[in-house]
Design a protein. Structure first.
Ligand SMILES: *Cc1c(COP(=O)(O)O)cnc(C)c1O
Ligand code: SF4
Length: 431
């Protein structure tokens, strides 16, 4: 089906109606509504009409990517919310119950956002993050939502009003001042949410100041729009203005990278996404692809090999494969590091060198980006071999270290130094 190209989104109010496209029982629909009363739900006409294969629901990967799953919450929580829905409980009571359940889901893992807020002329610059010397993250105030929500999103608390969007900024004067004071920053990453929910005019207010700073060599935009709303680049009212802005970045002599979040090759098959990718590439921007490994959605080597082969065919560059973070429904979507590494390796072994630009599986953890390089046997001990691709402390970058092999470990904080050591590396203690 071809979409009209006009953006129309659906929220939890529309959920029951959408689910009727597939013969789910009233009981099943109620449980999914119960989950959506706790965790964010938003999708749109393109995802529903063009990406999801309804004949494959509930197993369809894109359905699982945007629609609630009953296993995302403990059974007793689902039952509690379902009972409230059946009783027609008042909104206040629903909210209190939902809040209590959310607080048990580790909504603010490792306090990373707070730890990396830069200080300039005595003032904390909320909405910026400066964790690695050469890269600054900017969270634009109007870009903190998405065209649809991923069920596995680690920023889920902000979409249900459980975090006071302190992490967003609209102060580009201060941002420009900070960049001028820190010429070691060569790359600025505009991220969200999805910055491309903003109009081209508003995005321009964030991008233009960056072009005036000589030391900034690359501008990156983190986005899921190619997957969730490719019409953003094709037929939205300001699609051409957006592409013109991309061209201006390139003309200003900067590298412009669209850091495109793709989860499954099914997101790369519509006419709209092919057209959108062609138009973005014609602007001179480079598309780099990243996404997490998620149980029940893309946890197979065949799926990843296809994703990397297909992005490469379309002229995009595979970048990172992420490990699911320790928040929200991670118990449901998480893949143990050992299994994740196997999937990564088996997929990597199947693709041409052009697609072996991808790094993974990567954990964006407190000390930095940790990659699982392999599982090895050293002196009779089974170990994970790891290294940091990015670290707060540049001295730690690209040095191999070892952790005790643990089949069930799902995150960096589950790991312990191998060989009876007290730290992974000098200066890298275990959490
Ligand atoms: C991933 C990441 C970056 C970018 O790192 P690159 O290796 O340059 O892609 C910057 N800041 C934070 C906090 C990140 O997680
Ligand atoms: S696009 Fe990114 S920020 Fe938005 S819901 Fe998905 S994972 Fe979260």
């Amino acid at each position: 089906m071809q979409n009209s190209g006009r953006f129309r989104s659906f929220t939890s109010r529309d959920l029951d109606g959408l689910l009727q496209r597939r013969a789910l029982s009233a009981e099943e629909r109620l449980k999914l509504r119960a989950v959506a009363a706790v965790l964010p739900f938003r999708t749109n006409e393109y995802v529903v009409d063009e990406l999801i294969d309804w004949s494959a629901v509930p197993d369809d990967p894109i359905f699982r990517l945007t629609f609630p799953q009953v296993g995302m919450l403990p059974e007793s929580d689902v039952q509690e919310m379902a009972d409230l829905l059946v009783d027609g409980a008042p909104a206040g009571r629903m909210q209190r119950a939902a809040h209590r359940i959310r607080m048990r889901l580790n909504p603010h893992p490792s306090g990373q956002l707070d730890a990396n807020v830069p200080v300039h002329e005595g003032r904390r610059l909320e909405g910026l993050q400066h964790k690695y010397p050469e890269t600054l993250l900017v969270f634009p105030r109007q870009g903190q939502t998405c065209h649809a929500y991923c069920t596995y999103c680690f920023r889920w608390p902000q979409f249900v009003g459980e975090s006071e969007l302190r992490i967003a900024t609209d102060d580009m004067a201060a941002t420009e001042g900070y960049l001028r004071a820190h010429p070691e920053i060569t790359s600025v990453l505009i991220t969200g949410g999805d910055p491309l929910v903003m109009s081209a005019d508003v995005l321009r207010r964030y991008v233009e100041p960056l072009l005036r700073v000589e030391s900034v060599r690359s501008v990156r935009i983190g986005t899921k729009s190619l997957a969730f709303w490719p019409y953003r680049f094709v037929s939205d009212r300001d699609a051409d203005d957006l592409l013109r802005l991309f061209e201006e970045v390139v003309t200003a002599g900067k590298h412009l990278a669209l850091m495109a979040h793709f989860t499954h090759p099914q997101e790369l098959r519509t006419r709209a996404v092919l057209e959108a990718m062609r138009r973005v590439r014609d602007s001179g921007a480079v598309i780099r692809c990243q996404g997490p490994l998620v149980r029940g959605i893309n946890d197979s080597a065949a799926v990843w090999a296809e994703l990397w082969n297909e992005t490469t065919r379309l002229g995009a560059i595979p970048y990172y494969q992420f490990v699911e973070r320790d928040t929200g429904p991670q118990d449901y979507f998480g893949v143990p590091l050992a299994r994740g590494y196997q999937i990564f390796r088996d997929a990597y072994a199947q693709v041409s060198g052009l697609a072996r630009t991808v790094r993974g599986p990567v954990m964006s953890a407190m000390p930095g980006k940790v990659v699982v390089d392999g599982i090895a046997e050293v002196g009779g001990e089974r170990v994970f071999v790891l290294h940091l691709i990015q670290a707060r402390d540049p001295d730690l970058v690209n040095r191999p270290f070892f952790a005790v092999y643990d089949e069930g470990a799902t995150w960096f904080t589950d790991l312990k130094p191998a060989f009876g050591g007290g730290e992974f590396l000098p200066g890298l203690p275990f959490p």
